[in-house]
Design a protein around this ligand. Structure first.
Ligand SMILES: O=c1ccn([C@@H]2O[C@H](COP(=O)(O)OP(=O)(O)O[C@H]3O[C@H](CO)[C@@H](O)[C@H](O)[C@H]3O)[C@@H](O)[C@H]2O)c(=O)[nH]1
Ligand SMILES: O=C(O)[C@H](O)COP(=O)(O)O
Length: 324
């Protein structure tokens, strides 16, 4: 690893693998002292199977029992299942992505849901979590907040973890994060070697100061994490980025074809940030129907939203003025 990346890794990586290691009173004290307001945003598309338990845990722990979280918002990203109703019943506020900043229209994708979630919340500290997480992840929230509450120089905190791969009833202890290992990490190491110390550049759990998040664009699809990392590096510098080891992360894995499309979006995002125009913006994959190969092409070109700070409606008082 390059010396600057190693120095960053050693000085900016903390560890919160469970609730037991946290000084909750200290965190609450820092939150009060800094007059912070914390928003937690979960983008969700068809996550009715997992979002209820996750929200119930977070709401019970961080809204009811320990007042660390002021807003707990699920952004319903065009779900066709009961995601919205399940999340609401479990204690979250729920907005449909399409209803936020309606004048700006609606686009598909996870990054779009995050951008709308940032617009629909008011906290100066914002935590993002995927809605398909499995198991007890209550410690993710204070773990991600701790560096922001404890050090005014930190602007953005990326979660990292070991990732089992659970497919077809079998589990490989560290087999997860396939797009990370085969696409994102090699690209980032090649183009921005100072970011080589990030263990999970793609994972969906991170937190930042609104003042920084509202100054960067949000890629609408799965390129959002890699885009944020590179854009925030440019905006605030490596020393203002941090990561926290959150232990083990389990989630619902996608199949190979879907991961190929995700990798295509990550590649497009990286190429755009490296100043390379995309030739076609299409990813062609193949299926064999028994008689021969059938090509399927998908658009993976970068589609992105501008920094929220440049959106006039965002400047209006948030809440009712923005949502609906
Ligand atoms: O159009 C979409 C697609 C996904 N999601 C939600 O986004 C989260 C992550 O999506 P998922 O399809 O589970 O992604 P993964 O296969 O887990 O991909 C990983 O890698 C991606 C690329 O960096 C990250 O965006 C993910 O957070 C990270 O978990 C979940 O809550 C989804 O419901 C949306 O809200 N809208
Ligand atoms: O981060 C990744 O690389 C993708 O989420 C794929 O993860 P998985 O291999 O654990 O499904």
């Amino acid at each position: 690893m390059r010396p600057d990346a190693r120095a960053w890794f050693e000085s900016r990586t903390t560890s919160v693998p469970s609730l037991d290691v946290l000084d909750l009173e200290g965190l609450l004290c820092a939150k009060r002292r800094g007059q912070h307001r914390v928003s937690v945003v979960l983008p969700a598309r068809d996550e009715a199977a997992t979002v209820g338990g996750l929200i119930a845990d977070l709401h019970e722990q961080w809204v009811q029992r320990t007042p660390l979280v002021d807003e707990l918002l699920v952004v319903d990203s065009d779900s066709t299942d009961a995601t919205a109703a399940v999340a609401r019943a479990a204690g979250a506020d729920v907005v449909a992505a399409a209803d936020v900043l309606p004048g700006h229209g609606s686009r598909p994708g996870k990054g779009e849901a995050l951008w709308k979630g940032l617009a629909a919340t008011t906290g100066d500290l914002v935590v993002f979590l995927d809605a398909d997480l499995l198991g007890d992840v209550r410690h993710f929230v204070p773990g991600l907040l701790a560096p922001l509450l404890g050090d005014p120089q930190v602007e953005y905190v990326k979660g990292c973890y070991t990732r089992p791969l659970e497919v077809g009833g079998t589990s490989v202890p560290v087999g997860g994060g396939r797009v990370t290992e085969l696409t994102a990490r090699p690209l980032l190491n090649a183009l921005w070697p100072e970011l080589a110390g990030f263990v999970q550049p793609l994972g969906g759990e991170y937190a930042g100061r609104r003042s920084a998040l509202e100054q960067v664009p949000f890629v609408s699809g799965y390129g959002v994490e890699v885009g944020l990392l590179v854009d925030l590096l440019r905006l605030v510098g490596l020393a203002a980025l941090a990561q926290v080891d959150l232990g083990v992360r389990r989630h619902i894995s996608q199949g190979q074809e879907a991961l190929g499309r995700m990798a295509g979006q990550v590649v497009s995002t990286v190429l755009a940030r490296a100043g390379r125009e995309q030739a076609g913006g299409l990813l062609t994959q193949f299926r064999h129907d028994g008689a021969g190969f059938e090509p399927h092409s998908t658009a993976v070109a970068v589609d992105e939203r501008p920094p929220l700070a440049t959106v006039p409606e965002y400047r209006a008082p948030l809440g009712d003025a923005v949502v609906g």
